[in-house]
Design a protein around this ligand. Sequence first.
Ligand SMILES: C[C@@](CO)(OP(=O)(O)O)[C@H](O)COP(=O)(O)OP(=O)(O)OC[C@H]1O[C@@H](n2ccc(N)nc2=O)[C@H](O)[C@@H]1O
Ligand SMILES: Nc1ncnc2c1ncn2[C@@H]1O[C@H](COP(=O)(O)OP(=O)(O)O)[C@@H](O)[C@H]1O
Length: 287
Amino acid sequence: MSLGITLPSPAKLNLFLHIVGRRPDGYHELQTLFQFLDYGDELTFTLTPEQPGVRLVESVPDVPDDDNLITRAAKALMEHNGEELPGVTIAITKRLPMGGGLGGGSSNAATTLLGLNYLWNLDLSIDQLANIGLDLGADVPVFVRGHAAFGEGVGEKLTNANPPEDWFVVIKPACNINTGKIFSEQGLTRNTPRIKIAPAFEGDASRYRNDCEGVVRELYPEVNQSLEWLSKFGPARLTGTGACIFGRFPTESAARIIWESKPSGVTGFVAKGVNVSPLHTKLTELK
Ligand SMILES: C[C@@](CO)(OP(=O)(O)O)[C@H](O)COP(=O)(O)OP(=O)(O)OC[C@H]1O[C@@H](n2ccc(N)nc2=O)[C@H](O)[C@@H]1O
Ligand SMILES: Nc1ncnc2c1ncn2[C@@H]1O[C@H](COP(=O)(O)OP(=O)(O)O)[C@@H](O)[C@H]1O
């Protein structure tokens, strides 16, 4: 039995995000296109049969270990299994900004579900893992399923999609944005007409937008400034409820030229959009 494994925990982008209505419980109904990036965090799982329970090698800043989505995902799997499982120690290499709209926490939860399903030999199906993941956050199922997708509902009804695998310049403006705050803003656009069929997306990106962008630009001048700068070079957009924004480029060199010309003090990275999650690529190699 393998005692340890290191797995990627990639970022996602919302290539578009439309708010098409509201559920009776107040949650917003979305239509969104998720794509992964070949850039993200990394998690290392080491089984500790002599020491039961779940431990993090290092805490994530401002997140108590018991609230960390990694710990919660591991405990949810233990609970689902019902019987005692070997203890595990988990090390995190954090690269994704938190609360940036890149889904880092949700991705960490999904990597934990798939990684421990493998290490603990639980043999749970992707559907079972996606269901366990949905209780942890609306974005967890797409990371569990591992394919770019058109998402509906709160993002949990997923249809595989194949948007172009472009290169992205991702910028993290110097502010943190709380998802709940944006969804509670009065000025938020909440009535975008529903798209009836899963969009092909190719060549028609201008029909799609991020409905959170207007209120986020108004509330956070840092995001507005970054969007103004990046959109000089092509279409630029907010991911999720922000704060990160991205610009699409057809080649790596085109993206890197723009990245190198960024104003001083701007942080972010260049990455490729991928329709199969790097997590699933790695797990397939292992099996
Ligand atoms: C908007 C998206 C798009 O991918 O991404 P992020 O910006 O967080 O990455 C997600 O749907 C984020 O889903 P999730 O991660 O579960 O949201 P949470 O932070 O738990 O939501 C905080 C609060 O925002 C409100 N909320 C959230 C999602 C939604 N579809 N409608 C809502 O009204 C609810 O009041 C909720 O209590
Ligand atoms: N392992 C984790 N990594 C990042 N954030 C986490 C984690 N566990 C819990 N969180 C909490 O989830 C929030 C949302 O984080 P994240 O998923 O990275 O951003 P977003 O949902 O905006 O894409 C964080 O602000 C943090 O409080």
